[in-house]
Design a protein. Structure first.
Length: 191
């Protein structure tokens, strides 16, 4: 397909591959074969897949990566397209980002239910590796960066409310300043 290249993948090939990827996951779960998959988190199918995997005895490890703004997302996709990679319209990128950030609180709701581990990364610094900003084991916060990016503030308002109600201290301004000491956070659990 596409000459073995990830560059310039037409929509017709993507449509052909989606069911193949779904079958890959559905074949691995009952066979108890480890696998990894990637999602933009714009739809709910991943939640069904995580539930199925968890019920089959898998440890579900979820990594979420985002950038600082919609403008940065659009620029990154445009740069990828300029280098021959797959692209998307500005409207498509906006839609994906909105749905993805909108579904992130649902991932938090699944902690300790279908999601065993969650790491959240900020990938705003161009050319640098993504920065870990939060880590969870089941419903326990194991790491939280002292300065959270605005996009996380936007997506995770419920998390901030839960942390505040658990007795943590934070500033009211952006970005939120929260302690990073692992011992301080190790006792906190999402309600």
């Amino acid at each position: 397909m596409n000459g073995g290249s990830y560059i310039g993948i037409p929509m017709s090939i993507r449509r052909e591959v989606w069911p193949v990827c779904e079958k890959f996951i559905q074949d691995h779960i009952p066979a108890a074969r480890d696998f990894a998959t990637e999602t933009t988190l714009r739809s709910s199918i991943i939640f069904d897949q995580m539930r199925q995997a968890h019920e089959a005895g898998f440890d579900v490890r979820f990594r979420y990566v985002s950038v600082d703004s919609i403008a940065m997302s659009i620029d990154r996709v445009a740069n990828r397209a300029d280098m021959g990679g797959h692209s998307g319209s500005e409207d498509t990128v906006r839609d994906i980002r909105t749905k993805s950030l909108g579904n992130l609180p649902r991932v938090l709701d699944e902690l300790g239910k279908t999601v065993d581990y969650l790491n959240i990364y900020d990938n705003s610094a161009f050319g640098a590796p993504p920065k870990l900003i939060a880590s969870f084991l089941a419903r326990e916060v194991t790491f939280l960066e002292s300065e959270l990016p605005a996009w996380m503030d936007e997506a995770l308002g419920r998390l901030r409310t839960r942390l505040r109600s658990s007795g943590s201290s934070s500033s009211k301004g952006r970005p939120c300043r929260l302690p990073t000491d692992r011992d301080h956070w190790s006792h906190l659990r999402l309600q």
